[in-house]
Design a protein around this ligand. Structure first.
Ligand code: COA
Ligand code: AMP
Length: 630
């Protein structure tokens, strides 16, 4: 079937399409229908089915005689180690860990926070929770105590599973002090922590801490507990417009069905093939395509701990692909930009036999045409840009290689996937013509795996996604669709920015800056950056008579963001200005500031009284090297 036929088959009979896809999943009780719409307008997928995520990701492959197949390859250039775990070993390890957690009182529905680097144990912890029906919430290691505390207070976990440390080039990130700091800050107190000790930094364990290995000794392994199709598999916090992150809920059955469908149809891999997503388990890409998707589909997944450059060189990606026979490779454009900068002519690419590689996928931020062309030239395989969000868990738009390879249009993540009716709307919510810019919205209901609501925040869920355009899901992205149905993602409509593929809230950073005693007013904007796509830049107005040297305050706020949000915010640039450009009603014109920074030829809106304010902002941006226009 062609893409068009597959998409039409979904449009004609969505229920039939998703029931058919559900047949590839093992059920304890098969669902009798795919979609259930509730009176309040919210809906669920596979509500009357019973199944277990861990069974589908691990045990069923052992049952089917594939226990000897490699489930996880851990490749860690940063520690110099490589290990492989078969599906049978993974089942035993996960069952034992789940047994130990159960013995300590973890039950179905309990939340467990996982704070771990890129080690197989992170996946084992996720799968052990799934085995018991516990709801995990993985927190990215680059977030600091305060962010962890916010998540602890929202998810109210019974336990935290963590490693003693993560490893960044030239630096050991000690997790235990960060966890202790978070528990001090949070109102909710987890009952216990499980710490996986890494030799690079052994944590000192307190009375409520258990050693990962010791607490598993002599336990009875746990079996997989069937749960309802709607049971939350996990909560993943993502940036919204404020410092309070949104807890995106992923439901069990929808995730199993949709991710399994994507592995062949989008990523073009068959069971047994090696799949590698060079991301982190702390992000949605890590959940869907380091852990669950490949394992559910019976693929080998690569867990990579390192950086694309410098560990040891710009050939790391190609070495891993070649050595482990990776067929489909997924990363963020920023990683390729980093490699391209070090190796523009592909000298490192040529050192490796990449005949195993079938295709490459990019997501997480806009894939610029230069980067795609470079990758196409160097690798000589299809380079697929695809667009999705934490909220959806899988691609809204892609080039579905496993169905057919559609022509690539540079700058476009191609076409809508079955399940998604994507439309471009004007401010009044009316669909607009091909080629015109507007808000990107998706007709409800969204397909399986997408968020049913936000954890503990249904009103915020409705406000954030369902209210602006009734009958649609508001993606928060703006863009257009061309005559051929290809989508173009141009910008966010809110204050979310993407720094090195990491989704961050400028609103959250502003909250931190505003806390500084000398800061009267501030704005943080995302400006275009050659390597990271965007970088946050802060503008500060100091309190009258503060008397502080601007450079001192700048230094302090940079440190404050690092301490409160974490190094991942990459907040390194800020300037002190007299005033900020505002509308008559007092709203800061962040969009105007971004345009000045990006040199897009700003035209003064009638609402600003004082052009001198804009000159000041322009000067400030030039001072720190971000304004391209004079
Ligand atoms: N734990 C602790 N700190 C972390 C971290 C983690 N898991 N991940 C990143 N950080 C730190 C980095 O060490 C860096 O700290 P520094 O300011 O002291 O140097 C800071 O956070 C910013 O990190 P990052 O933006 O990732 O920059 P980088 O220079 O370390 O690496 C890239 C740049 C492009 C090589 C890297 O970001 C990359 O490979 N990105 C791919 C992104 C990705 O996978 N995104 C997921 C969506 S697919
Ligand atoms: P996250 O939730 O971290 O996956 O970030 C989702 C956001 O990243 C989207 O809403 C987009 O703004 C951006 N994004 C993801 N993939 C793409 C893409 N292929 N092209 C452009 N922007 C993207």
């Amino acid at each position: 079937m062609s893409y068009e036929e597959v998409y039409k088959s979904w449009q004609t009979d969505p229920e039939g399409f998703w029931m058919q896809a559900a047949q590839s999943i093992d059920w304890d009780t098969p669902p009798t229908k795919a979609l259930t719409v509730h009176e309040d307008g919210l809906y669920d997928w596979y509500a009357d089915g019973m199944t277990n995520t861990c069974w589908n990701a691990v045990d069923r492959h052992v049952d089917a005689g594939n226990g000897d197949r490699t489930a996880i390859i851990h490749d860690s250039p940063i520690t110099g180690s490589k290990t492989e775990i078969t599906f049978a070993e993974l089942r035993d390890r996960v069952a034992r860990l789940a047994g130990a957690l159960r013995d300590k009182g973890i039950e179905k529905g309990d939340r467990v926070i996982i704070y771990m680097p890129m080690v197989p144990e992170a996946l084992e912890a996720m799968l052990a929770c799934a085995r018991l029906g516990a709801i995990h919430s993985v927190v990215f290691g680059g977030f600091a105590s305060n962010e962890l505390a916010v998540r602890i207070d929202d998810a109210k976990p019974k336990a935290i599973i963590a490693a003693s440390c993560g490893l960044e080039p030239g630096r050991v990130v000690r997790y235990k002090p960060l966890i202790d700091g978070a528990i001090d800050l949070s109102e909710h107190k987890p009952e216990f922590c499980v710490i996986f000790q890494r030799e690079q930094d052994l944590a000192t364990l307190g009375p409520l801490d258990h050693d990962w290995h010791a607490f598993q000794q002599g336990v009875t392994p746990a079996e997989c507990l069937p749960v309802e199709g709607t049971h939350p598999a996990y909560i993943l916090y993502t940036s919204g417009t404020t410092g309070q992150p949104k807890g995106v809920i992923r439901q069990t059955a929808g995730q199993l069905v949709a991710l399994n469908w994507t592995m062949k149809n989008i990523y073009n891999v068959d069971p047994g093939d090696v799949f590698w997503a060079a991301s982190d388990v702390g992000w949605v890409v890590g959940h869907s395509y380091i852990c669950y998707g490949p394992l559910i589909h019976g693929n080998t997944t690569v867990v990579f701990e390192g950086k694309p450059i410098g560990t040891p060189d710009a050939g790391t990606f190609w070495r891993v692909i070649s050595e482990h026979k990776v067929k489909s490779f997924f990363t963020a454009p920023t990683a390729f930009r980093a490699v391209k900068r070090e190796d523009p002519t592909g000298a490192f690419v040529k050192k490796y036999d990449l005949s195993c590689l079938g295709q490459v996928y990019l997501a997480g931020e806009r894939a610029d045409p230069d980067t795609i062309t470079w990758a196409q030239t160097q690798l000589n395989v299809p380079v697929i840009d695809h667009w999705w969000q934490t909220e959806t868990g899988w691609a809204i738009a892609a080039n579905p290689l496993g169905i057919e390879e559609l022509p690539t249009k540079l700058g476009s993540p191609a076409v809508a996937m079955p399940g998604y009716q994507v439309e471009i709307l004007d401010d009044g919510g009316h669909p607009i013509k091909p080629g015109e810019l507007g808000a990107i919205a998706v007709k409800l209901p969204l397909p399986p795996c997408t968020l049913p609501t936000l954890w503990n925040a249904e009103d915020r869920f409705r406000d954030s996604y369902l209210t602006t355009f009734p009958g649609y899901y508001e993606t928060g992205d703006a863009g257009m669709i061309d005559e051929d149905g290809y989508l173009y993602i141009m910008a966010r409509t809110d204050d979310v920015i993407n720094v090195a593929g990491h989704r961050l809230s400028t609103g959250g950073m502003e909250e931190v800056l505003a806390d500084h005693p000398d800061v009267a007013e501030c704005a943080v904007i995302g400006v275009t950056d050659q390597l990271k796509g965007q970088m946050p830049v802060g503008f500060l107005c100091l309190n009258n008579g503060s008397g502080r040297a601007p450079s001192d305050v700048v230094g302090e706020v940079v440190q404050l963001v690092r301490d409160k949000i974490g190094p991942v915010a990459a907040f390194k640039q800020a300037v002190v200005v007299e005033r900020l450009p505002k509308t008559r009603s007092g709203k800061i014109l962040r969009g105007v500031m971004v345009k000045i920074a990006d040199g897009q030829g700003y035209k003064m809106p009638a609402t600003i009284d004082d052009p001198a304010i804009l000159d000041e902002i322009k000067d400030a941006l030039q001072t720190i090297g971000y304004a391209k226009t004079s």
